[in-house]
Design a binder for this molecule. Structure first.
Ligand code: MV4
Length: 508
């Protein structure tokens, strides 16, 4: 067999649950590959179990006794004759020992090599690794500094600074420090927290970037040395380190910045010998200075945003890459088109501190129509249990431009009917009508510090509201022009009047 043809994958075990397991099973169907679901007692009636060709029970509801049990999952793969395992996100997806176990058992792990997971999983090692490839990181301390040195060096960055756990990620074990006199105590408590959360008390200190946006780049790398980026996703709309909305392109992006950041992202991925799909997380400050933050060595929740603007099926590409084929897309043949926005639909009560809600979904009406995609793990009659993440679906809308994507999102949110459990659709409706969001004016702190379910649109007259909405949308449109994905500059229609007319026609 010619090396180019790669190994055969005839059956994939999906080591996950919910919407992402369904997403991967769909890719298997599209490729004519068999699929195996695994499920806990709580998931006997789950959608991923229904959609897969085969299903193997792996234990009781708690993840530690089911979806995190590497041995059980490997055993299920062997029993069913699966040649590959797709880990999805969360659970075992970023555990290098699991990727290694698969390799040792002759099972293809659909993800990066264990070495790349290790290099990027340790945040200080990640910084050092990408730095060697010329990638800019946030000013911060070197690995292995004593407390004495940390206390001496940190003030040189200027306050505020941010203490981070080496083993952290997703905000765990972080401490913002605003005054030098608070540093020693914060350092001690960060170490304690990191030690108890990760069994590793190592911390480092970075300059805290205030008012920055969180922008990430999607990466694909194959085993033949090709690494490409597929543009960015703006992920600043989040609450307590849980992303709520993602979109592509970012309103602050322009062709030059995308090219520079994209090159940086590719260099970061190459620095750790990355293969398969990955994400480079960056911070972008108000002056559009950008810095590498960390790498996520997995397929991400928000991957459909990139799929809708690039037309690339990322899960198909992951499978192709894992069996040793060259990836389909090349950077020069990628022509991102339009704008995509994703709202994460969570079974949480937005009127009551976003507390998770459980129970049976009594009625479910799912939006469809032009530009609408729903990736969901639930159905009418499905019982939401307290054991897993509260995200039950993702609503992703595409439009020719940001305004159209946003209007379609409003339409889809209006159509979406979920009864029987509390959900955050009202939050998204509120957000999609807020002027700051429409104008693209937000950073990672905005939802927590400035957005409220009750203070928006309290009672400005309809007309005032309309005027403000148009103004905000015009601002967004100007930003959108900056973000133009058309490589030839100056080709696009720059008339705001056309946009006003369109907006008014839609709102008459
Ligand atoms: C930062 C930062 C500001 N300055 N580092 C949050 C989780 C982890 N990925 C890193 N995080 C941050 N690191 C410096 N030097 C702000 C954040 C941050 C953040 C980043 C991405 C998405 C949401 C966030 C929410 C709060 C803080």
């Amino acid at each position: 067999m010619h090396a180019e043809q790669g190994q055969k994958i005839k059956k994939i075990l999906v080591a996950n649950r919910g919407e992402i397991a369904v997403r991967v099973i769909r890719a298997c169907r599209d490729l004519g590959i068999g699929s195996v679901a695994v499920y806990s007692d709580a998931d006997r009636a789950a959608l991923h179990v229904r959609y897969a060709d085969e299903a193997i029970h792996i234990g009781p509801p708690p993840p530690r006794e089911s979806y995190l049990l590497a041995e059980k999952i490997i055993a299920a793969a062997k029993k069913t004759g699966a040649d590959a395992i797709h880990p999805g996100y969360g659970f075992l997806s970023e555990r290098s020992f699991f990727a290694q176990m698969c390799a040792d058992e002759g099972i293809i792990f659909i993800g990066p090599p264990p070495k790349a997971i290790d290099l990027m999983g340790d945040k200080q090692t990640a910084r050092e690794t990408v730095k060697k490839n010329g990638v800019k990181v946030v000013p911060g301390t070197e690995p292995g500094e004593s407390d004495e040195n940390l206390l001496r060096i940190a003030p040189s960055f200027g306050f505020p600074v941010l203490i981070k756990a080496t083993a952290g990620g997703g905000g765990k074990g972080m401490r913002a420090v605003y005054r030098e006199e608070d540093l020693a105590e914060a350092l001690a408590s960060a170490r304690r927290e990191a030690e108890s959360a990760f069994g590793n008390g190592d911390v480092y200190i970075e300059k805290l970037l205030v008012g920055a946006r969180h922008i990430e780049f999607q990466i694909l790398a194959d085993q033949h040395g090709n690494t490409i980026h597929l543009g960015e996703r703006e992920c600043s709309i989040q609450r307590r380190h849980q992303k709520l909305v993602e979109e592509s392109p970012s309103v602050v992006m322009d062709v030059d910045l995308r090219e520079k950041m994209g090159k940086m992202a590719v260099a970061a991925a190459e620095s750790c010998g990355y293969v398969n799909a990955g994400t480079i997380e960056c911070l972008v400050d108000k002056d559009l200075n950008y810095y590498f933050l960390e790498m996520n060595t997995r397929l991400q929740v928000e991957h459909p945003v990139t799929e809708l603007v690039t037309g690339v099926d990322l899960v198909k590409e992951q499978i192709r890459i894992a069996r040793g084929r060259r990836m389909g897309p090349t950077e020069s043949f990628l022509h991102p088109k339009g704008h995509a926005i994703e709202c994460r639909i969570n079974a949480e009560d937005p009127y009551n501190g976003f507390i998770p809600s459980t129970g049976k979904i009594s009625t479910l009406l799912v939006p469809t129509g032009p530009g609408v995609r729903v990736d969901s793990g639930v159905y009418s009659g499905y019982e939401i249990t307290p054991y897993y993440d509260s995200m039950i679906a993702k609503l992703i809308c595409w439009g020719e431009d940001r305004g159209e994507a946003l209007l379609r999102m409003r339409r889809a949110l209006e159509e979406y009917t979920i009864m029987g459990v509390k959900h955050n659709i009202p939050f998204h409706q509120n957000l999609m009508s807020s002027f700051s969001f429409m104008a693209g004016k937000f950073d990672t702190k905005w939802v927590e510090d400035h957005f409220s379910m009750t203070t928006y649109e309290e009672d400005p007259s309809e007309q005032e509201l309309e005027t403000a909405a148009i103004a905000a949308t015009l601002f967004a449109h100007r930003q959108r022009q900056l973000a133009s994905q058309v490589v030839t500059k100056g080709e696009r229609d720059t008339s705001n009047w056309k946009w006003v007319g369109r907006w008014e026609r839609m709102h008459r």
